[in-house]
Design a protein around this ligand. Structure first.
Ligand code: SF4
Ligand code: SF4
Length: 94
């Protein structure tokens, strides 16, 4: 039997615990070592970083037709910088 054949399907795995407190109660932004800094001149407002940010820390501001980082929740993972197609985001040491 191969390793793949031994793996359980999602239906066979027990239900996992769910965190009972919303993350909005914890300002996780102070975890970060590196901070994403965007060059507005390079940014095309494609919103890929908004979609990819695992912490929902980048918001679209329709009134300004622009994005905004919420550093209270950004953990500095660098996913946004990695996914930005025009390399408009640089991770800078805090
Ligand atoms: S560094 Fe990570 S957490 Fe911070 S805005 Fe980028 S994707 Fe989100
Ligand atoms: S992914 Fe890059 S170009 Fe697109 S909105 Fe974010 S910073 Fe701007």
């Amino acid at each position: 039997m191969t390793l793949k054949e031994k793996e359980k399907s999602w239906k066979e795995i027990s239900i996992a615990a769910v965190c009972w407190k919303p993350s909005t109660e914890f300002l996780t932004g102070d975890w970060k070592t590196y901070k994403p800094v965007r060059d507005p001149a390079k940014c095309t407002r494609c919103l890929l970083c908004v979609i990819f940010c695992p912490d929902g820390a980048i918001h679209w501001k329709a009134d300004r037709n622009d994005i905004e980082f919420d550093y209270n929740y950004c953990k500095g993972c660098g996913v946004c910088a990695n996914e930005c197609p025009v390399k408009a985001i640089e991770m800078k040491l805090e």
